[in-house]
Design a protein around this ligand. Sequence first.
Ligand SMILES: [Fe+2]
Length: 320
Amino acid sequence: MTGNGVVLIPCDTILNREHAEFIERHHIPLDLLELEKLPHHTTNESLISKATEEIKEIFHYMRRKGTVPLEEVQRSIIPTIHQAAEYPTLYSVLSGLQAKDDYTYRHNIGVGVISTMIGKWLKLSEADLGLLTIAATLHDVGKIRIDDHILNKPGKYTNEEYAIMKQHTVFGYEIICNTPGIDRQVALAALQHHEREDGKGYPEGIQGSDISYFGKIVAVADVFHAMTSKRVYKDASPFYQVMQQMISDSFGKLNPVICSVFVQRMMEMSVGSEVTLTDGRIGRILMVHPGDPVNPSVLVGDEYIDLRKNHHLHIDRLNQ
Ligand SMILES: [Fe+2]
């Protein structure tokens, strides 16, 4: 933070090379900052790959037995996900979590990591955070009962196929409830992560306060991960467009508090990133404003542009 209270780089950020260049360019005295030896980006990527392999094994077990091997989940995957969520960078969230193969497995891990990050930002207790990670990592477990030809269909679903697909929420709930000793919140997250605040979600079409807290958190992480993922039938949406879409989804679809904390923190993680503006100019995100995180201030050459005051100018994309 500068002397006049402007947040340049959010607290707890692990500084990468871009941040270092940013600090140097803006002559920020380094003695004010605590520098740690930086983990390389691939650290997070390899953690995600490890957790993906582990969840694959666990899903195979569940397909055979119909229950969750809870001890195995707690022993193997949960610590890996907590480690991956420890020092997230925008790069690791956007590329480390993306589907390269095995989308269903990677998606569960991705939503597990993102939900854990959200849980920390919402300051959940350690016990609740542990439960949330399990709930998020198992949220789509019901898909093990959906036929592969529907699950991996590279195109739009027919109405009939979509009705079958929606059943994964109920199947997940049943599998988790079949497991002795598992917390009911875990089962509710599987059942309710496609419910929406306005009652237009599924499977039950319940509204607002009837949806469990974990169900709401997992919904935000699920929407983000699905939109930023490349699939056979769609390209990944650009990060900035996803952030804007999530702001508009926070009116009626997603929980507004959880969604705004998520967008604010993700945008703060983008401080220092290179962006292309809608007029083609290239700049760097300098500062994210609380209350209007999708319109940050950007430095283009020597010009400081506050996008809140330039209604015709927006970020077109984040350059990686
Ligand atoms: Fe789902």
